[in-house]
Design a protein around this ligand. Structure first.
Ligand SMILES: [Zn+2]
Length: 250
C-alpha cells in the first residue's frame, strides 16, 4: 500500500497494520506515545512489521524528522485496551503519534528541543484540520492507567500547551500533604472519582480510594502535575483537576 502524506512535512513509510475506522468515527483526539525502544530505526521497523500488530499515524524522530505510516482516514493500532470519556475504541477516534524516546527503560532521557518543535508543528496542523479540542490532546497513560506510562513524566506538556496544543494548568501552588490517599473511603473520595471521570478518566465513583483510583491519579499527575507522582491527592492535584475540568467545558 502506498499513499501520499496528509501532513506536508512528512515522508511516507506505509505500515500494513491498520484498518477502517469503525462506526464511521472521525478522529477527534490526538494520542501521544513514546517508542520506548533503543533506537528510532528499531521502532520504525516494529511499527511496519506485518506480525507486530502495532502501528501509528506518525512517528517523530529525535532530529525532528516526521514519518507517516498510516493515512489519517484509517484506523492505526496504537492505543490497545483504552478508554476516555467512556469511549473504548480509542483507535477509531484518534490519531496516534509515536515520539522516539527511550522512555522509562532508558531512565527518561530528555526530549530534544527540535523534536518537540516538530511535534508541536505536527499537532498544530492536526488540531486545525480535524478541529480537535485541547482536552482531547492526551498521552497513552491517560487512556490506559496502570497499563501504560508513556509518554512519561518528562514529556513537556507545559511547553506544548504554551504553543497552543492541549490543556494545562500552571498554578503557583506547591506539592502539599495528601488530603486523600489509598485506603480511604467516603464522600470526598467519591467526589474526586466523579471529577476524574468527568474529565475523561476511566474510574468509577465507588467512594473507595482503591488501586484503580491510585493508578488514575498517578496518570493524571504524570500529565498535569509532574512535580510529584505518588497517586495520592493533595491540594495542588485537586486544584489542577478542578480547574482543568472547568477549562475543558469552557
Ligand atoms: Zn504508547
Amino acid at each position: 500500500m502506498s499513499f501520499s502524506a496528509d501532513y506536508r512535512d512528512a515522508r511516507v513509510r506505509a505500515s500494513p497494520n491498520c484498518g477502517p475506522r469503525r462506526n464511521a468515527m472521525r478522529p477527534d483526539m490526538l494520542l501521544l506515545h513514546y517508542t520506548g525502544m533503543t533506537s528510532g530505526e528499531e521502532a520504525e521497523a516494529r511499527l511496519c512489521h506485518p506480525q507486530s500488530d502495532v502501528s501509528c499515524h506518525y512517528i517523530v524522530h529525535e532530529d525532528g524528522a516526521v514519518l507517516q505510516m498510516v493515512p489519517e482516514a484509517m484506523r492505526a493500532w496504537h492505543a490497545g485496551d483504552s478508554c476516555w470519556e467512556g469511549e473504548r475504541d480509542i483507535n477509531s477516534r484518534s490519531i496516534g503519534i509515536e515520539i522516539v524516546n527511550g522512555g522509562h527503560p532508558a531512565n527518561l532521557p530528555p526530549y530534544p528541543v527540535r523534536q518537540i518543535d516538530a511535534v508541536i508543528a505536527l499537532c498544530r496542523d492536526l488540531v486545525e484540520r480535524h478541529n480537535i479540542r485541547p482536552n482531547h490532546v492526551l498521552g497513552h497513560s491517560d487512556v490506559a492507567p496502570g497499563r501504560k506510562i508513556d509518554p512519561g513524566e518528562h514529556f513537556p506538556w507545559k511547553t506544548l500547551a504554551g504553543a497552543g496544543i492541549g490543556l494545562y494548568d500552571d498554578d503557583r501552588g506547591t506539592v502539599g500533604p495528601p488530603l486523600l490517599g489509598p485506603g480511604e473511603r467516603g464522600q470526598p473520595v467519591e467526589a474526586l472519582q466523579a471529577l476524574l471521570s468527568l474529565y475523561g478518566y476511566d474510574v468509577a465513583a465507588t467512594g473507595e480510594y482503591d488501586e484503580r483510583t491510585r493508578l488514575v491519579v498517578e496518570s493524571f499527575q504524570m500529565h498535569y502535575r509532574q512535580g510529584c507522582i505518588d497517586g495520592r491527592t493533595d491540594r495542588q492535584t485537586l486544584d489542577r483537576l478542578y480547574r482543568l475540568s472547568q477549562k475543558a467545558r469552557a
